[in-house]
Design a protein around this ligand. Sequence first.
Ligand SMILES: Cc1cc2nc3c(=O)[nH]c(=O)nc-3n(C[C@H](O)[C@H](O)[C@H](O)COP(=O)(O)OP(=O)(O)OC[C@H]3O[C@@H](n4cnc5c(N)ncnc54)[C@H](O)[C@@H]3O)c2cc1C
Length: 454
Amino acid sequence: MSIAELKSLLGSGRISEDEDIIKTYSDDWTGRYRGSARAVISPQSTDEVAEILNWCSTNRVGVVPQGGNTGMVGGSTPLNGELIISLRKMKNVNFSDTNDNQIVAEAGATLLEIQNLALERSMIYGVDFAARDSATIGGTIATNAGGLNVLRYGTTRRQIISVEAVTGTGEIIGNLNGLDKDNTGYHLPSLLCGSEGTLAIVTRAKLRLRPKPKENVSILFGLDTIQDAVNLTEACVSTSTEIIACELFFQKGVDLVREAYDLQPLWNNKNSIYLLCEFAGDLGVLDRLNENVLGEMLRTHDSILVATSDRERQRLWQYRELHTLAISNKGIPLKLDVTIPLGNLTHFLDSIATICGNINPLSIPYVFGHSADGNMHLNILQSEPNVAEMEEEILKFVVSLDGSISAEHGIGRAKAPYLHLQRNEEEIRLFREMKKAFDPKGILNPDVIFPTSR
Ligand SMILES: Cc1cc2nc3c(=O)[nH]c(=O)nc-3n(C[C@H](O)[C@H](O)[C@H](O)COP(=O)(O)OP(=O)(O)OC[C@H]3O[C@@H](n4cnc5c(N)ncnc54)[C@H](O)[C@@H]3O)c2cc1C
């Protein structure tokens, strides 16, 4: 491969072969994947992406599309010396000319940039999570990112109205017509959402905005049992139309966050389980909560903190949002991101410590997650040298409980060996055929989603 040819096609300034720069793109956020790449290419338009992919396809050069590189499953790491195509320089965001409730975003715009623009019109973007200042719209589409507000607004798939992308042969596909109703054959936004850069590189998208709630209230409950937390989650979802998020976490995680960030204890009496609920709506959210069946609990429950100001709400949220960082400060964990049907969540969570302990008594599991979706993040420190055994055991357990082995992070490289636990042979064969149609030379993210040895 002669990078010089690509350089002359694109002009100067788009390709970096500087090892120090490459390094900042080739290791993943979790620290688990350390890759190597010949170069980082930073296109600045859809046409440039098309030109690059056309050249790579002709020359059979593998590429790894990359946004903010905050993914959790090694999908944006070049493990076989592929070229990294970073979309970070394509970051224009504008309101749509044809619909006040839509934004047109280039793939490299971050979630935070989209959220900030939306606020200018008192609107919000439905997807939000702790990596908002780095995760890009292209990456969130590629992973069908979920996050904190799925309960109210759905995953990224529900936010994308139209998408533009470039296939593995350099063809530009899709449109930005912004039409909710457009049943003209297969729905490209749905198909590309969650495709993890294996079918096409997303270059632009038209996104749905929602009215900004007038008031938010965060309520942190301290609880004694997991079943209490599940019951309360179900009560919140079934009695309040204003519930927006329900986050479950444990004392062990809170202790770690407090130690890492020097935070005050939440209250004196220790509860082992925390449920952080966010409600949002018109003015008077708290009054309405007091009037519904949660009111009794708000008045009588011992361990409860209610926050209505932005400052107080952020204070409560940091105990939840800092979990990922606090755990990573301690080491490189085995990361699992699973969905469990709510009815099986207690059994699942009760069993995790035993499963991990039986395989490696030194392992330290931390669990937290989005309880209304049954989406739990498991971060297991000190799982070596039994990482693969532990991973397989837990994922098989998840499947036995009718759960999903990947809730919102995707399959990437990390979960590819386990795809067969969830998808049957015929499904995987059809997936491969679809990939072939979009990317006949197999240059796009070659080892992602599909197990290489199967
Ligand atoms: C602190 C923290 C909290 C997080 N919380 C959540 C959470 O609550 N919910 C959640 O869903 N995720 C969460 N994540 C994971 C991560 O932020 C998401 O997966 C996010 O969608 C990745 O976006 P990115 O731009 O960083 O993509 P990258 O990491 O760069 O890439 C992710 C995948 O998408 C592909 N890709 C990237 N850009 C494109 C493109 N333009 N076209 C085609 N393919 C592309 C890559 O090849 C790779 O396979 C969290 C991460 C961190 C660090």
